[in-house]
Design a protein around this ligand. Structure first.
Ligand SMILES: C[C@H](CCC(=O)NCCS(=O)(=O)O)[C@H]1CC[C@H]2[C@@H]3[C@H](O)C[C@@H]4C[C@H](O)CC[C@]4(C)[C@H]3C[C@H](O)[C@]12C
Length: 329
């Protein structure tokens, strides 16, 4: 399972948990401006904008799970099994494969408004990257500072939803999550008053009683509500450190702990990595399941006009800083 979110607090930040029972060979990858992507059905993409995100690299091709470009446009793919539909090639449409979707949008467009014009004409086609890589059934959160949209290509066609919650998880389709939020209208981060019955003497005995009823499980529907609750009530100063820390705290509140949810095959679905991207500065912060120390990669410290990908292996070993010893492990 996965959760993606946007937090605007001075700068604009995007966060994402990638929950999966296996590693997909993920690395932080910077694609420079002017990088050439051969597209399966459309003419060559020559990227106008550089991008940074988490990807596996196949040959010279970065297969991104999520990324942001130098203009602050973000896109994340999240699992949408049973609902994502990819079509055959159609005349008169822009025929893009799901793995081309992120480079296409981030390579060409600076804002959601610009990207949306192109998305309306896109037909996501059923061509996989390689024989041993089946198509990933995805829906997408696409966002900049101003807008956040969700794109779902389903059997009823390609849908674009305005996402005022700034959160996306997995199934069911987005209309469900949006409607389901109404069930939580009564939750509050303030101290609740007795509205149960004036005939009864009920009072609070603990902090946080306004959030009783907030779902605590890791299902997609529940993670959606919990992330929206924590995000929309979020408070942090506008400093970089405070915002980054806050985004990781919200992501932690919906993270999957190894062993807590098993796939039908008995494997642990777990949060492989969490990231927080400062979209204004082009900085990609992440931590992994094993290593909860935050690592940062600044896109603008690299040559984003070069002609090759810049790839960073993940810092996966747990790093501990001792306060009373010179040794750090
Ligand atoms: C599994 C990832 C999504 C995580 C998620 O949403 N999990 C939820 C599980 S569940 O529904 O709730 O059960 C998706 C997001 C992007 C996907 C990757 C990207 O689409 C890029 C390529 C595409 C190739 O076809 C397959 C490998 C791949 C490298 C994909 C592997 C995997 O399917 C990724 C990493």
């Amino acid at each position: 399972m996965c959760t993606s979110l946007k937090y605007v607090n001075g700068d604009c930040y995007f966060g994402r948990n990638l929950d999966l029972e296996y590693s997909f060979g993920e690395k932080v990858v910077i694609t420079p401006r002017g990088y050439k992507f051969e597209l399966r059905k459309e003419k060559m993409l020559n990227t106008k904008y550089a991008m940074i995100g988490m990807a596996t690299v196949a040959g010279k091709y970065p297969l991104y799970a999520e990324a942001v470009n130098e203009k602050g446009l973000y896109i994340a793919g999240l699992n949408f099994p049973g609902n994502a539909v990819y079509n055959d090639e159609t005349d008169g449409k822009l025929n893009i494969t799901p793995f081309e979707f992120i480079p296409w949008l981030l390579g060409n467009f600076a804002t959601v408004d610009e990207a949306e014009e192109s998305i309306k004409n896109i037909n996501l086609i059923n061509i996989n990257f390689a024989e041993n890589m089946t198509l990933a059934p995805l829906h997408w959160m696409i966002s900049d500072r101003e807008r956040c949209i969700v794109v779902e290509q389903r059997k009823d066609g390609l849908n674009i939803f305005e996402n005022e919650y700034n959160v996306l998880t997995n199934n069911p389709p987005f209309e469900y999550h949006r409607w389901n939020m109404n069930n939580y209208i009564n939750l509050t981060n303030t101290t609740p008053e007795n509205r149960f019955s004036q005939k009864l003497d009920l009072s609070t005995y603990s902090r946080g009683m306004g959030s009783i009823g907030l779902p605590g499980d890791v299902s997609s529907a529940s993670r959606f509500v919990r992330a929206v609750y924590n995000l929309s009530n979020s408070e942090s100063t506008k400093s970089e450190r405070s915002s980054v820390s806050q985004v990781f705290h919200v992501l932690d509140s919906v993270a999957m702990i190894r062993g807590a949810a098993l796939t039908p095959e008995g494997k642990s679905d777990m949060t492989r990595y969490s990231c927080c991207i400062n979209a204004d500065k082009g900085i990609y912060y992440y931590k992994t399941y094993e290593n909860c120390r935050i690592t940062a990669i600044d896109m603008n410290s690299e040559n984003i006009d070069g002609d090759s990908l810049t790839v960073f292996e993940l810092e996966r070993d747990l790093q501990i800083k001792y306060s009373n010893s010179k040794e750090s492990i």
